[in-house]
Design a protein around this ligand. Structure first.
Ligand code: COA
Length: 195
């Protein structure tokens, strides 16, 4: 039996992706407090698929899971840091990585002190270049709560198209949540980039 293909099979860590204002870099245990500040915020976590963190220990366990998922190449989660101080202000993730069908899902969260400054658009623009050009992914998917105006607006401003509406897909904090599925194809991204 042949082994399934894996993205970045020979890499020892995620690459650092640079943008004008940001470093999109591997998360380390030194980021625990900054990561906890992002994932313990009820505002940031309002439409997340799990509740806001309550204990710092959850952030440590979460970072360990980021290392473990990288080891099995099933999820790539980067820290987002400003170039000025390299402190983590959010994360972005490629997950459900499928190297056979060359697709994955996208996830992201940013500390609310930095919202609406074009940060996540800058991050995803760099990340999609990496995903489509370097990993040679064909399709990126997103699963968004239809009430999450910021996330829907962000993805549609980057060219994602709505592809499906899934009823009662999540159950978080005693609330049933619906989901909109969106997709972005490599060909659409390249056409957009060259126009
Ligand atoms: C979604 C999120 C990452 C957006 O990050 P951001 O850095 O503030 O977004 P940007 O400033 O890059 O915005 C890019 C575009 O997205 C859209 N957008 C962003 N925030 C918006 C809002 N509150 N309402 C409507 N559209 C919004 C706009 O089109 C915006 O472009 P514009 O500012 O030129 O109008 C941020 O709100 C967040 O972390 N939310 C909580 C976590 C979350 O919901 N993650 C996604 C789960 S699916």
């Amino acid at each position: 039996m042949t082994a399934s293909p894996k993205f970045l099979a020979d890499a020892t860590s995620l690459p650092v992706l640079e943008t004008e204002r940001l470093r999109i870099r591997p998360v380390t245990m030194a980021d625990t407090d900054d990561l906890f500040a992002v994932f313990s915020s009820p505002r940031v976590m309002r439409y997340w698929s799990s509740p806001a963190m309550r204990e710092r220990a959850e952030a440590i366990a979460y970072i360990q899971s980021i290392f473990d998922f990288f080891a099995e190449r099933s999820l790539f989660q980067w820290g987002i840091a400003q170039r000025s101080d390299d402190r983590l202000i959010g994360t972005c993730t490629l997950f459900a990585l499928d190297a056979t069908h060359r697709r994955c899902e996208i996830g992201y969260a940013l500390h609310d002190a930095h919202w609406r400054r074009g940060i996540m658009r800058e991050v995803l623009t760099r990340l999609f270049d990496f995903a489509f050009d370097d990993l040679r992914i064909h399709r990126i998917e997103a699963d968004v709560d239809p009430r999450n105006d910021a996330s829907m607006g962000l993805l549609e401003s980057l060219g994602f198209r709505r592809e499906g509406y899934l009823r009662e897909r999540w159950f978080v904090n005693d609330e049933i949540q619906y989901a909109v599925f969106l997709g972005l194809l490599a060909a659409d991204w390249r056409a957009r980039r060259s126009s």
